[in-house]
Design a protein around this ligand. Sequence first.
Ligand code: GLN
Ligand code: ZN
Length: 767
Amino acid sequence: MVTTHNLGFPRIGAKRELKFALEAYWKGQSSLPALKQVGKELRQGNWSLQSRLDLVPVGDFAFYDQVLDMSFTLGNLPARVQGFHGDQLDNYFRVARGRSAESAEEHAHCCGGVAAGEMTKWFDTNYHYIVPEFTAETQFKLDASRLLEQLAEAKAQNVKAKPVIVGPVTYLAIGKAKDDSNRLALLPQLLQVYTELLETLATQGVEWVQIDEPLLVTELDADWQHAFNLAYHQLKSSRVKLLVATYFGQLADNQYLAANLPVAGLHVDAINGRHEVLPLIGMLPAHKVLSIGVINGRNIWKTDLNATLDWLEPIAERLGDRLWIAPSCSLLHVPVDLDSEQKLAGKLDSEIKSWLAYAKQKLEELRILAVALNQGRAAVKDALASNHTAVETRRHSQRVHNPAVKAALEKLTPALGQRQNGYTQRAVKQAALLKLPKYPTTTIGSFPQTAEIRHARSQFKAGELDQAGYQVAMKAEIERSVREQEKLELDVLVHGEAERNDMVEYFGEQLNGYAFSQFGWVQSYGSRCVKPPILFGDISRPKAMTVDWIKYAQSLTSKPMKGMLTGPVTILNWSFVRDDQPRSVSCYQLALAIRQEVLDLEKAGINVIQIDEAALREGLPLRKSQWNEYLRWAVESFRITANGVADETQIHTHMCYSEFNDIISAIADMDADVITIETSRSDMELLDAFDNFNYPNEIGPGVYDIHSPNIPTQEHIVQLMQKAAERIPAERLWVNPDCGLKTRQWAEVLPALGNMVAAAKVLRANA
Ligand code: GLN
Ligand code: ZN
């Protein structure tokens, strides 16, 4: 008999109940017991939804982040939050979110303010965890209370519980040694706490524990490989059975290591590494359980159950009771319940809905697979037949396949991504046309999304404001931001993005091949969720998407107005994408569509066009050995999008992160005339990457952090730019903020940009 289990369930709630409960509590509008009650109900609901599984995850619920939960379980709290007098959950939020000492909250004065823990991406997902902090002095101390409480609840509900914890090696690897000490030196001490934890769980009658080690799908040097052996040799004496779970990729070189860890079971991701499964079975000690992740935990498509069975049946034959099946990874990364999508309109109609599966539906798929394996396909004949129909309609749908788009893709040549002349020649022509001063000033695109803007948009969406009324409201905002920029004496203006709800959704909504859900929310961090658009078909652009707005904005001023677009790689990386073609193909399709927009903007007389690639870095594969392949098609997609313009047209791109060293040559290959980046927090040091590489084109290093309400002083900006000029010749420098200003207030933006323009004038005078 095959065993079914799940690695983790989304905790945010089908209607984002946890988000609203957290935010109400943080605003002081509800109590701690009320918040805890919501958590309890969510866990109960999630377990009920999973009750047909043979083993149900427990401990995957977290009020903010499962890694931070693990830090509390291990007693690894940063020194700055120790000694807090209040409730432990409040302390947990202090680490997650930070607290100012002036806040009116209880204990703000006695225990003082604290800085938030650093947050970073969980492997290659868009989920962000709170980075564990270590020093050479770190002491671990078990606090199993949270897990035990959830275990008791699960027992009371008759749940076949399988506690889920982050494994010790992954836990160390994803943390940071604040004093640059070697965090592997902490492993022996850490293992004692894990040993205690497992013993505590054994005492509770737990049979299996899932111990997550996704680190095994990354490249490991000898020290980390050794850490795995050391860790699991120590934990093997535990009375519970351990299922080491790997996911998000292939084991590759770590296959032998993973197969031979002295544990009772191994989970692998057969969505990313199907071809590894058969060799792995050959390697696996004969007593070991193999859990195969056969349902994609990273996207929203229905599984082809019949095809999966064709592949799984012989494996089940071979493994017998040793076979478990599960989703490829925790379902944290998909929305909760497709049944929530009731308002089916143009965005997500019933046909597209019939192709989708969210977390709840994925578990039903798993159940069908198990029944088919255990009792034969006939026992689930109808379910398999309807799955077949859905999968086949999608496969052959004319809404998915557009011959014109495929034909255009066939004709792609590198020439399409090639500017007419090199940067040096272009720069001369652009200077003659744009007549910009030295140290030209600009902004990154968005201006404050005011209450009026949001009100107009929600009225428009609700049908209370007609198209014409909405246009008038947005044009008024555009005019306001143009007037303000003129008063500020900025050199290259933007229209302010008033009409955009989101830099990806705005384009997705206008492209064929995209659908939008109403409840497709996925947790990004804490209470923050994103609703990635669904790229389901070949991409085409029925008509211009931004030209009218930009033309209008340009008509208000004689200064150059930047066209403002989101690049293909960013649109791709922030969407749910197709599983029936490589990511690169979807990316090239997006590139061709946005290229048309670029050319239309140019035709409309727009001389400066910015194409944001905020998420280019996010798409980097987990393994460095695969970076070149990704960067090749990502950069090529950008080039196709941007480089069809005349020499005189100035192409900008923007990236808001601060690590370029390892991708600088790819960035240079994009060949944008100007790149604006986030640098203020690194004190211009990140320009070293550009300097060392002799980056040839223009750069706008951000001079102030837009995440903070603080107003940068003119002197500080001058200083930063002088540091920049030590690295990049002044003729190739721009002056701009780190990123867009949509989350700020006008009252902050005006003085900040005022100081920025004044700083540029000082720099020019001194030049
Ligand atoms: N143009 C966008 C804006 O200004 C860029 C946002 C981003 O880089 N994340 O809002
Ligand atoms: Zn940005």
